[in-house]
Structures are given as C-alpha cells and as structure tokens.
Design a protein around this ligand. Structure first.
Ligand SMILES: [Mg+2]
Length: 276
C-alpha cells in the first residue's frame, strides 16, 4: 500500500478541475484519528445513506439533490485503489440513481439494502417462497374483510396498507390481525409504520448490505454514515474497528457524530485527501 503522505494530488486535480477545495471541517480528535486509520487501511468500504446525509431534505423528494461537493468527494474516493463507495438508501434504486446523479464506480444500493445493480438479492429459496405465499394469503384474507385495505406484493415481502380504510376500528383490527398472525410467523422480518405493515421473508437492512459489501471486497474497515433511525441497523452491524458516523442529533449506536451534511462533505473530502 502507498502511505498517504507519499500521495501526489496532481492527477486528482486534473481529473476534477472543478472540484471545490476541501471544506475546512472541524473534526473531533477521535474522528480525525479514525479517518487516518481508514486512510491507511489496504481495503476500505465507505457506505453512505443519501437523504439527510448527503442531500438536504426538501418538500418534493424527487428534487433532493446532493449537497455541493458531496458526489465529487465520493467520486474521488471511489477512484482510489481498493476503495469501494456505496450509496445505501431506502429509496428504490432507480429513484436513487435519478435524484443523486451518481454513476459507477459508485455502487447504488436501494430499498434499504436489498436492491443491487443486478436486481433484488439472490432469489428466494423454496422455504422462503412458501412463507411469502402464506404471508400474502393471510394478508389477502384480512383485506377481504377490510374495505379500502390492500396488499402490495414485493419480491421479498408483502405489505398491508390500511390508510384508505375509512372506519378507524376496522383499520385497527386489520393491523392487529396482521401483527398477531402473519407478522408473528417464524422467519419473517416486520417493519410496522403508520397504517402500514411490511412483512418480509428476507431481511432487508442496511446492516446486511454493509456486510455484503465487506464480504465482496474483503475490506478491513467499513465506514457507514447515516442520519436516521433506519441507519441504526447499519451501525449495529459494524465490527470493532469499523467506523459509524451519525449525522445530527438523536440517540445512536454510532461511535462518532457530525453536526450536518456540510460536515459529511468535509469529512469525505478530508478522507479523499488523506487516502489519495
Ligand atoms: Mg437518511
């Protein structure tokens, strides 16, 4: 490996003539140390959530473009040897690609970690297919007695939607039945929201996606940056020595924290500079 202090930045500025100079970012000493460690590791994975981490929230989610310098910093990192950079979002992959403008070699992973370039995760096995079929039919049975409700079928999950149900008692009953029956089966993964419950037969989590990236690359260190509660499943699966970075306030399992999106851009630029 080339030590970071031997790097010559000339080629990089020629490749990125319009790049902003790295923002001056105030990193905690602990985070600065961790970035130094990541810069020196032979093989590195960097996974970033998108909304609220690289792109500010806006009213129309289709217009949530990346913060200035964000994609440039990720591109610089992805252009380095043995450095894999992924966007890891709850959005479906197509929407993520459209709104971020990110292209290969950046890796785009959508649908909370289950949707990759080749489509959804590996096909379900017979047991999983049978379980998905059972979940789907139990939800359909509930829907048949709940006017306004419907079931959405996804490749690895079935989703009960009760928002359009007018009678609140019926809505509540449908949700309770879903939680008591199909959601209680062995081998399912349940995500309950307001008026919606998704029952999956394959775990879709950012944590599983990060593990997959690490397996594929053999990375000694994974960095994961995220702002939301769903990102906690990513932080929870990091290994000792990996680097979790929470953006903004709120309880977290991440070992480090930065204040906002510009600080994320700053730390990514700093890492690119250190590793370049
Ligand atoms: Mg987010």
């Amino acid at each position: 490996m080339t030590p970071a202090d031997d790097a010559t930045p000339d080629g990089r500025s020629a490749l990125h003539p319009d790049a902003d100079p790295p923002a001056a970012v105030d990193l905690s000493p602990e985070l600065a140390d961790a970035l130094g460690r990541a810069a020196r590791t032979p093989t590195l994975v960097i996974a970033c959530d998108y909304d609220g981490t690289l792109a500010p929230f806006v009213d129309d989610p289709t217009l949530a473009v990346p913060a200035p310098g964000a994609i440039d910093a990720l591109d610089r990192l992805a252009g380095l040897p043995r450095t894999t950079v992924a966007l890891l979002s709850g959005r479906n992959r197509e929407a993520l690609a459209r709104v971020s403008g990110a292209v290969a070699p950046l890796v785009l992973v959508g649908s909370h970690g289950s949707e990759w370039e080749g489509g959804f995760d590996t096909p379900l096995d017979d047991d999983e297919l049978a379980r998905l079929d059972r979940v789907g039919s139990e939800l359909s049975e509930i829907v048949s007695r709940t006017p306004g409700a419907h079931v959405e079928h996804k490749p690895t999950a079935a989703v009960l939607h009760v928002r359009p149900v007018e009678d609140p008692a019926l809505r509540q009953r449908a949700m309770a039945e879903a939680m008591a029956r199909p959601a209680a089966l062995d081998g399912v993964f349940v995500t309950e929201g307001k008026n919606v419950v998704e029952i999956a037969v394959r775990e879709a989590s950012k944590g599983a996606a990060i593990e997959r990236l690490v397996e594929q690359t053999g990375a000694e260190i994974a960095i994961f940056i995220g702002d939301d509660v769903t990102d906690e499943r990513g932080f929870a699966r990091l290994r000792d020595g990996d680097i979790g970075i929470k953006v903004g306030d709120g309880r977290t399992l991440a070992t480090h924290r930065v204040a906002d999106i510009p600080a994320v851009v700053g730390l990514l630029s700093r890492l690119a500079e250190l590793r370049g």
